[in-house]
Write a protein that binds this ligand. Structure first.
Ligand code: HEM
Length: 508
């Protein structure tokens, strides 16, 4: 009797318990369904999170982390979540599958101050204003047609560089190629933007010094952006004052340029009714849009100055860096140099100056530029994006507001996509359709998708013409009988990765 009642009690107990167990199982399976699945994340340091990974050579430290944690990693920059992408497949998900969601840029304080409260193209938030500006860039400033119209500017400036090098030829005088390439890129962008150079005299010196400082300040990672409670340090150590001073000096300079142009336009409109728009430089075009609102686009004076600053910051350093690294690798790889010279000299057929028509037939030249972009991606982490809403990427949850860094340099060295990725081998591109324009995600030095670089043709035209001419006209050697393989490849710190030491060579 006693036994019977205890079994009865147990059965009754189970009878009541089972729905409760079932309910618990159901609820837990539901919560599992809603459970967030973040990307793998390396161990972080209290308070700063993973900010230390960005202090020096972030492209390298992030690549070694990704080899342990995978092609999509979650980091914390102070209190801000950030995702790092290190494979072509993951980059494709960001810049193609979910391109719209990742078309925003994170806002940094220095960008607000230097770029007229984000009135430029490259850091302006995704939206109608950015769309209008991007279409001005793509259709009016940097279209293939417009890039071609600057052909004589490029040819004249390359010729000036060649003449300058000629003065040192065969005299054992060292040529600072880094400086030459930097001046060339600046002068071409200056003439395309303002219709003239600012390279001489007091004003020219002031502009060059200012531009260098502007790029340094713009490219500095500021801990205060990620740990707002640390912002006071920037007041104390003079950083905020420096940013304000650079912004003010740059604005004073650009105001003078715009004012000169406005006066010139008034004069031209009076005296020249048949004004030839094909000869317009970037400031002319932007002022026309500003004053006429012809395309239904309204841009104010600050927008004009911000876009010009974008063109200088995005288009000068990047272009000269490619030339610097291409020549470095050619000097380190005499066989590649020989092959390039044979091709260029064959096409040039005895001419001392190569023109843009000749370039079309130079497939090895194009392969050298591609390999340089893969091997020394000028902006290794591209320009950061930001997620505008929660989204799943490769099965992982990424929250709205997460910053996204795409390690284009690491993707260019991924053994999944490339044979011998650590070797400089231009030949790999000779029978390959892979291009850098944003369709092949294993090679994305210019980014891809909506926020992709609009200046590819402008930049590449300068690179191809300059490289073809300096190897056509001269043979090159390193000073002090240094062998190519001993030439260093040390990198500087910054957004655009230059050589740490200037490239010095002898022209023969
Ligand atoms: C020649 C070497 C260059 C390289 C390696 C380069 C690289 C890049 C990269 C990686 C981005 C970000 C793309 C993304 O987020 O997907 C970008 C954006 C941009 N680039 Fe370039 N660039 C170069 C030349 C130029 C030139 C010559 C100009 C203008 C004259 C230019 C203007 C811009 C602008 C305005 C953006 C912002 C686009 C946006 O946010 O919508 N770039 N570039």
């Amino acid at each position: 009797m006693e036994d019977y009642s205890s079994i009865q009690i147990l059965s009754l107990f189970l009878l009541f318990l089972s729905p409760l167990l079932l309910l618990k199982w159901f609820l837990s399976s539901q919560t599992n369904k809603n459970k967030i699945n973040p990307p793998p994340s390396p161990r972080k340091i209290p308070i700063i999170g993973h900010l230390h990974c960005f202090a020096k050579d972030p492209h390298r430290s992030l690549l070694s982390l990704s080899r342990r944690h995978g092609p999509i990693m979650l980091l914390h920059l102070g209190s801000s979540p950030a995702v790092v992408i290190s494979s072509a497949a993951a980059a494709k998900e960001i810049m193609k599958t979910h391109d719209l969601i990742f078309s925003n840029r994170p806002v940094f304080k220095v960008n607000r101050k230097l770029l007229y409260d984000l009135k430029d193209v490259s850091v302006s938030p995704y939206g109608e204003y950015w769309r209008q500006l991007k279409s001005i860039c793509v259709l009016q400033l940097l279209s293939n047609h417009k890039v071609k119209s600057f052909r004589s500017v490029r040819e004249e400036e390359v010729l000036l560089m060649i003449e300058k090098i000629e003065e040192s030829r065969g005299k054992n005088i060292q040529v600072n190629l880094s400086e030459m390439f930097s001046k060339l890129a600046n002068d071409i962008v200056c003439r395309a933007s303002f219709g003239r150079k600012y390279d001489e005299g007091e004003k020219g010196m002031r502009f060059r010094r200012l531009l260098t400082e502007f790029l340094v300040v713009l490219g500095t990672v500021n801990a205060g952006d990620f740990m707002p409670w640390l912002s006071w340090i920037n007041k104390l150590n003079g950083w905020d004052n420096r940013v304000d001073r650079v912004a003010k000096e740059m604005d004073d300079f650009l105001e003078e340029v715009v004012e000169d142009k406005m006066n010139q336009r008034k004069f031209e409109e009076i005296v020249d009714e048949d004004h030839d728009e094909r000869k317009d430089d970037f400031v002319d075009i932007l002022l026309r849009i500003h004053m006429s609102q012809e395309t239904g686009v309204s841009i104010d004076r600050d927008s004009v100055k911000a876009i010009i600053l974008d063109i200088f910051s995005a288009g000068t350093d990047t272009t000269s860096t490619i030339l610097e690294w291409a020549m470095t690798e050619l000097l380190r790889h005499p066989n590649a140099m020989k092959e390039l010279q044979n091709e260029v000299r064959k096409v040039a057929n005895g001419k001392s100056i190569v023109t843009e028509d000749d370039i079309e037939n130079m497939s090895y030249l194009k392969a050298v530029i591609k390999e340089t972009l893969r091997y020394h991606t000028p902006i290794p982490l591209l320009v950061p994006r930001e997620a505008t809403q929660d989204v799943k990427v490769m099965g992982y949850d990424i929250a709205a507001g997460t910053i996204v860094f795409i390690n284009g340099w690491a993707i260019g060295r991924d053994p999944v996509s490339w044979d011998d990725p650590e070797e400089f081998k231009p030949d790999r591109f000779l029978n390959s359709s892979i291009d850098y324009r944003g369709r092949d995600f294993e090679l994305i030095p210019f980014g891809a998708g909506r926020r992709g670089c609009p200046g590819i043709s402008f930049g590449i035209a300068t690179n191809e013409l300059a490289l073809a001419n300096i190897v056509n006209k001269f043979n090159w050697e390193l000073p002090n009988r240094m062998k190519g393989e001993d030439l260093d490849v040390d990198e500087c710190i910054g957004v655009t990765i230059h050589r740490k030491n200037p490239l010095i060579a002898l022209a023969m």
